[in-house]
Design a protein around this ligand. Structure first.
Ligand code: HEC
Length: 110
């Protein structure tokens, strides 16, 4: 069931994404709908537990700089939450979830 929900989510996301690409080709640049600031969302929604650099680990959260979750796993995690982590699917839009997931990948230390 959870797997199915995650799959549906990813399909929806893919469709939404394709849609946005079409739109951005048509529209001029004054209001860019895909300019979502993942860093800003991270500071607002994630830093409370994960810290501004992803290392805080408050409330039993994981150190994101050493997480080996890939992008899709992060999108699923952020959407559905786990344990003490808040599910964000009703708080952030799918595009925002993806932006913040992408940003969280940049915190990773290789
Ligand atoms: C209320 C505290 C809290 C907030 C807010 C929160 N998290 Fe978490 N996060 C957690 C906890 C707790 C875990 C560990 C869950 C578990 O595995 O049981 C976790 C795990 C994760 C993981 C998986 C890491 C791994 O390797 O297991 C990712 C990725 C993640 N969070 C990203 C985010 C992002 C991005 C946000 C903001 C959109 C966010 N989190 C907001 C508490 C939080």
């Amino acid at each position: 069931m959870t797997k199915y929900a995650v799959f549906t989510l990813l399909v929806c996301f893919t469709l939404a994404c394709a849609n946005q690409e079409n739109k951005s080709k048509e529209s001029t640049s004054e209001s860019d709908p895909i300019a979502i600031d993942g860093a800003k969302i991270f500071k607002q929604s994630c830093a409370l537990c994960h810290g501004p650099d992803g290392k805080l680990g408050a409330n039993g959260s994981k150190d994101l700089t050493i997480s080996d979750f890939d992008l899709n796993e992060r999108i699923a995690m952020i959407s559905k939450g786990k344990g003490l982590m808040t599910p964000f699917e009703n708080i952030l839009s799918l595009a925002e979830i993806k932006a913040v997931a992408e940003y969280s990948m940049t915190l990773k230390v290789n």
